[in-house]
Write a protein that binds this ligand. Structure first.
Ligand code: ZN
Length: 516
């Protein structure tokens, strides 16, 4: 990497003061010299802006759109629009998402609010891991009123703000249709997470023996059965790795149930894979993840093995797969369940992934699973992909509790009033009775609610309601005040995020330091 000469932040800051900028803040790490011009981010009362500083002719020739001011030199002030984001990615390629999963241990931090990236980067920068900074599902985007282009745009400017040049990913999470995949790809994601939950037939594991045989005969002819028997019945799968070994065998009944469970999902995976190919023309630029975590039952190692052998036979290459693990991975709280059972199954999942394409196991709803993190770290030979998202929203609520107690109380009350409705979308075991009355708590006691299981879940699942809440006149009830606090205290927000993500990586056994 050729490094342009370093620039003096003091001098730049001084020369910026000559222009009518209403400068509130200056982001020193973002300031770089490129092709003879100085680029960097500042904040004025309207929000963050890109400034371009240099000689008149050069500034005028520069592709960013903005308003120019002339003094001894020329300054251009640009909004962080989609069009300017494109210019940013062309001029500073490190701000463009890239595929990462094959090479790195990765953490999908997500950012529902579009403000969290610098905090995430300050944490991951200390470890030999790479972040998937932009990571939203269609469901999340609906709740936050965002979209895929906006999600990537916010991440790109955050990357520029921190001058983070190691590469980051953008994940179209839990995509269920070709239309959703296309929207994500068009926006420039570097990763597609295909959600198969609607293509599975979980009844296959409840059928009586008779129904099973009947359905199976309808679904599979003798010729196909021969292939299946050859693939699955006449052998024992013995998988071995440095982290342990396991043996897996299928009997005929189990094989039939797996066929019926996954038949449609396997077809859909193949079609989606080909669709992505046709859209991108060069698939290595996209990380391809399969998610079967949002199903009514845990994914057994047999389920996983059956599925991956079948899709591999059809030429599909996975970069990661998200099973549903034994026990409970509820949002925003620690693992609930038998640790030994988790350990045994995780070992098998990781051995399967290692033997059938060396893809990553992806851990969804991965925030705060501190009791299983050490095992995940130990049992994943070549790393893992951990997804957290809502947790950065909760850290924002922690900041609100610390900085703006009256706003926190109002939001908390509102969350209680919509909890029942919000809980329809999630599997949570929240006990509202255990949450203390916020009006009886002193201001400084509020922040402790962010460390309690029940209040964490209350706030976690009601984020969409809180951001969209309106007054009777139709104005935003909380959104403006909420974002105002987050913007005013962004450094504090970033510190909370840095601490929180760092805690995750340490618990996962990732050692600090540069990559080998
Ligand atoms: Zn998931």
């Amino acid at each position: 990497m050729t490094q342009e000469p370093t620039i003096s932040h003091g001098k730049i800051s001084e020369s910026l003061k000559r222009f009518p900028l209403q400068l509130l803040k200056f982001y020193p790490k973002s300031f770089v010299l490129k092709n003879g011009l100085i680029y960097g981010l500042i904040r004025n009362p309207e929000g963050k802006k890109l400034v371009v500083l240099g000689e008149k002719a050069a500034v005028l020739a520069d592709p960013f759109k903005g308003i120019t001011f002339h003094d001894a030199s020329t300054l251009k002030v640009c909004d962080l629009t989609l069009e300017n984001t494109q210019c940013l990615m062309d001029l500073f390629p490190f701000t463009k998402p890239i595929p990462l999963l094959r090479k790195w241990t990765t953490i999908g931090t997500g950012d529902r609010l579009g403000l969290a990236t610098p905090g995430h980067l300050r944490a991951v920068n200390k470890f030999p891991v790479r972040p998937v900074l932009a990571q939203q599902s269609v469901r999340e985007n609906i709740q936050t009123g965002r979209n895929f282009p906006g999600m990537i745009q916010d991440a790109a400017w955050g990357v520029f703000l921190e001058n983070y040049q190691k590469g980051y990913g953008a994940d179209g999470d839990h995509l269920k249709t070709f239309q959703e995949i296309k929207a994500a790809l068009d926006a420039g994601v570097s990763m597609v997470t295909l959600d198969l939950s609607e293509k599975l037939n979980p009844k296959a594991f409840e059928f009586s023996k008779e129904t099973l045989d009947l359905q199976f005969r309808e679904a599979v002819d003798a010729e196909e059965m021969k292939v299946l028997s050859h693939l699955f019945l006449e052998k024992e799968f013995h998988l071995k790795g440095p982290q342990g070994e396991c043996r897996i065998q299928f009997d005929e009944e189990e094989l039939k149930r797996n066929v019926l469970l996954y038949q449609k999902a396997i077809d859909f995976t193949e079609e989606a894979y080909e669709f992505i190919d046709s859209q991108t023309g060069h698939r290595p630029t996209i990380d391809f993840e399969i998610s079967i975590d949002e199903t009514p039952f845990p994914t057994t190692p047999e389920n996983h093995l059956f599925f991956v052998i079948q899709v591999t036979q059809r030429g599909v290459q996975l970069d990661s797969l998200a099973p549903r693990f034994v026990g409970e991975f509820q949002k925003a709280i620690d693992y609930i369940g038998d640790l030994q059972a988790f350990r045994e199954q995780y070992l098998k999942h990781s051995l399967i992934a290692q033997h059938y394409g060396n893809y990553k196991i992806s851990i969804h709803s991965g925030s705060d699973k501190f009791s299983v993190f050490p095992e995940i770290g130990r049992l994943s030979k070549d790393g893992f992909h951990l997804k957290t998202a809502g947790t950065s929203w909760l850290e924002a609520m922690r900041l609100i509790a610390e900085i703006a107690p009256p706003l926190y109380r109002q939001m908390h009350e509102y969350a209680l009033s919509v909890f029942k409705d919000a809980a329809k979308l999630y599997h949570v075991t929240t006990d509202l009775e255990k949450i203390p009355d916020v009006h009886r708590l002193k201001d400084q006691e509020l922040v402790a609610l962010l460390d309690e299981v029940d209040s964490r879940q209350l706030l976690h699942i009601t984020y969409g309601y809180l951001l969209n809440a309106k007054t009777p006149e139709g104005a935003d009830l909380f959104k403006n005040r909420f974002f105002h606090v987050l913007t005013q205290f962004e450094e504090e927000y970033w510190s909370l995020l840095e601490r929180h993500i760092e805690k995750h990586l340490i618990s996962l056994g990732v050692e600090k330091g540069e990559e080998p």
